[in-house]
Design a protein around this ligand. Sequence first.
Ligand SMILES: Cc1cc2nc3c(=O)[nH]c(=O)nc-3n(C[C@H](O)[C@H](O)[C@H](O)COP(=O)(O)OP(=O)(O)OC[C@H]3O[C@@H](n4cnc5c(N)ncnc54)[C@H](O)[C@@H]3O)c2cc1C
Length: 576
Amino acid sequence: MSEMQTEYPAHRDSRESLTAWREAQPDNAFLDDAHFRRTLEVYRDPQIHDDLDDDLEEFGAEVAGPIDELARQNDRPGNHPELDRWSDFGQRTEQIAHHPSYHEVGRRIYGSGVMAAYRDAPNSVGALSRFYLSSYNGEAGHNCPLACTAGVIRVLQHLAPDRLRDRYLDGFLNPDYDEHLEGAQFMTEIQGGSDVGQNATRARRADDGSWRLWGEKWFCSNVDADVFLMTARFAEDVEGTSGLGLFFVPRRLEDGELNNFRIRRLKDKIGTRAMASAECDFEGAVAYHMGPEEEGFKNMMRHVINTSRLYNAFACLGSARRAYVTAQTYSRFREAFGRPIVQYPLIQETIADVKAEVDAAVSGSMYLAALQDRIDADLATEAGEDFFRMALNLNKVRTAKLSRWAATRGIEVLGGNGAIETFSVLPRLLRDSIVTENWEGTHNTLQMQVMRDIDKYGIHEGFFEILGELVEASAESEGQRAETVRREMRQSKVALQEVASMDEEAATLQMRPLMDRLARLMYASVRLWERSQYPDAPSDVDDASLDHFIGRHIGTRPDPEDRSHRERLALLAGID
Ligand SMILES: Cc1cc2nc3c(=O)[nH]c(=O)nc-3n(C[C@H](O)[C@H](O)[C@H](O)COP(=O)(O)OP(=O)(O)OC[C@H]3O[C@@H](n4cnc5c(N)ncnc54)[C@H](O)[C@@H]3O)c2cc1C
């Protein structure tokens, strides 16, 4: 062996342990996720979710197996989407050329029934359970399209005239990727995304009652979709969001011709790179208004943006769960100073923190998915609807921060290897998470919306009413924990009242930490309630995860000298 080829035993052993780590990755993202499976027991509706576990088990194997590899391929430099504007014979198509792996991922994800679940409408629980699993691989080129497609399905189910519903709905529900339809949603213009009331794209009614849109949209994700939902100004003299309608814009017209729009260029993005985001001009694009014009923006928020905010949360959670799994498995194989790093309390604490946060947010988000279904079935109370409106925005912010934080904590556990794109999924998850923090409303915008909703509609009353019910339902079984959460609820109410009495600028500054605090209170309350609904006793890991979450945020901070605290960290880090 030449000197260049020499491999010292220490090198060989390290390489072998890294190989063993790769091989020890779970082969089923559903079966490996005990907390999610348990949570599902609470929200599963036997009437419509009879086969859900079997479907998720099958999909969980795809997610951890072939989709994982394909998603890695489709995000590799050189494999990203490209604008393919003309057909071979010179017809304008405004198409996107994707790497074959993009379509293979799509076949498997849509084939899971993620959008077909809405045939049993309302069924956010069924759709979002699948979506959570598919997000184990980050954006994978398809998360944003799925969220947008879910929005179009809701619009077709709730607002569209029969003619459009009959023509399009089946295509959006079709699980066959090679036949199905996808949606997109274009609101943002160059003058601002948060301040949507500044939208300048114009809509003019045509003689046949349809509309024509003129204007420029600055961020158009999934630009190769079959239908775009768009905001545009239906009346010149009505300012702000009240003058914005909700338009359904098919990519192709009834005669098969391309609708009147052009892609300027594709965006070169930090994350979600396998999915095409563009800048577009609309030059008299044929459009149909959904619902009454004067309710256009309200409907856009209710059916489209709120749906995307819930999807965004599940996307972040799937990704955060993957960061946990990656770090937790690595820590068992990587050695430093003669011991597997999982034996160091600092590593255990990092992994335990991520696990407790993800479990809590999965519970909170599943509760919201089930509540969305109750609202759609007209079964929710007024307090429930107010709770949903407030909790949805708290949850969007919290899960988006969690996703980025979990990716960085994971990278920390992997050390230098964590920063290497080919070594693990973590750099891609981190890049994607920066986008999910901005999509569907930035943190500040959502915070301002919560403040306005509290001020204008008093939605915090319903929020606290539901939290109170959740905690009281668990009071008997959860004794001390319930008391701790009850105390935090009282204190947060006081904190909220103090903020409400401040001048607007001071309130804005106080609201930022309060948003996180309220989201965590919501998670803890839901976690307690879920435990009172489980058919059998919670596991030791479930207990540890909840206690660690409460200790981090709500109760007394754990004493590092407390032996039971250290045992909890070890358990959550996966040391049996
Ligand atoms: C990769 C990617 C894809 C996207 N795809 C789409 C798409 O398909 N369709 C679509 O419509 N949009 C899309 N967006 C746009 C996204 O929704 C916007 O970026 C987002 O809404 C924020 O708008 P903005 O970028 O114009 O920021 P701005 O609105 O200019 O905000 C700039 C900063 O000011 C803050 N700010 C704004 N108002 C306030 C306030 N009142 N108080 C305090 N702070 C405030 C914001 O929080 C932010 O920090 C996409 C974005 C990205 C990154």
